[in-house]
Design a protein around this ligand. Structure first.
Ligand SMILES: [Zn+2]
Length: 317
């Protein structure tokens, strides 16, 4: 989600927002960028060399939503729809849920598993353009998995009279408090079962939904409407935003949940890249630490635009 979209939500609070709004561009970029510095020396030279693409590429998955229909469901999973017995494996889930329902209610973990497979393969084959774009995409989906509102069908408070809470949590709070976040996560480590960990992340996000909504509701009742929102200048325009006071109270009462989720996302992204590299047999990335050739740049443009799944494909295979 970008600022303009966030402001539009606030400005037209009764308008149905875009169905899969996602972490603010700034957060996505910073999560990918900071994850690079968790990598071991054997990987970090390659990732640092391409850090610009990996950082800017952090938001390509969101931009792609406008180009291909299959993109949107990759960014969320409505766990309230799937329920606690949801199968972790794609084939089993497909047997239980109709395909159109899965597209409507999100396929984040299953798609990320596919990305894991592709990234590991790209490392084995020393395909630099694919490694860069898949690493950036993986960072995006992992970050989304850490956002509580990406795990519920009430993703923007539309079912509880809290329109705009999505942008409040993922854009306004980071915008105001990012500089106070402690984002030190240490070194990347190998995850024996990253996929199980991913499901734990999703359920932990889902368990956070209750407080995300309840605390906003409680504070809204305590704050008179004229102090819940304020007005700030953006590009010579005065726009309505959640007030600083309201935002501070929310951030505090939520026990800095947004900060904890950002930190956990950075850690998971670094671990994910590292785990792919180990599973690929620790290929030598040093020899890929050089400018991409024209043909690779073209390939990467195509990846950014259409992702790593055929644009006509409706399945993950
Ligand atoms: Zn997203």
């Amino acid at each position: 989600m970008n600022w303009l979209f966030f402001l539009l939500i606030l400005g037209f609070a009764n308008t149905e927002p875009y169905p899969s709004a996602t972490w603010g561009f700034h957060s996505h970029k910073m999560i990918n960028r900071l994850a690079v510095f968790t990598l071991p020396p054997t990987m970090v030279s390659f990732y640092k060399y391409h850090i610009h693409e990996i950082t800017q590429g952090a938001v390509r998955a969101d931009q792609r939503r406008y180009a291909i229909n299959e993109e949107a469901p990759r960014h969320y999973i409505d766990l309230d729809y799937y329920g606690p017995g949801v199968p972790e494996h794609w084939a089993e889930a497909q047997e239980l849920f109709p395909s159109d329902s899965m597209q409507a209610h999100g396929i984040l973990p299953w798609h990320l598993r596919f990305i894991k497979f592709k990234l590991t393969k790209a490392m084995v084959s020393q395909d630099a353009a694919a490694v860069i774009s898949l690493s950036a995409d993986a960072g995006h989906y992992i970050a989304d998995a850490h956002v509580p509102l990406h795990t519920t069908s009430n993703y923007n408070g539309q079912k509880s009279g809290q329109h705009g809470i999505h942008g409040f949590w993922e854009t306004r709070i980071p915008e105001l408090f990012w500089d106070s976040f402690d984002l030190w996560v240490g070194k990347a480590r190998y995850r024996n079962n990253y996929y199980c960990d991913l499901w734990d992340v999703l359920w932990s996000s889902y368990n956070g939904v209750d407080s995300v909504l309840k605390i906003e509701k409680r504070l809204s009742m305590a704050f008179p409407p004229d102090s819940k929102f304020g007005y700030e200048q953006r590009n010579k325009q005065v726009v309505k935003v959640y007030s600083r006071r309201f935002s501070r109270a929310y951030h505090r009462q939520l026990n800095r949940q947004v900060e904890h989720k950002v930190r956990a996302a950075i850690k998971f992204v670094g671990d994910f890249w590292y785990t792919c590299w180990i599973d690929a047999g620790q290929p030598n990335l040093h020899q890929l630490t050089k400018p991409l050739q024209a043909i690779e740049l073209d390939k990467m443009d195509e990846y950014w635009q259409y992702g790593h799944v055929s644009r006509d494909s409706t399945t993950l295979k």
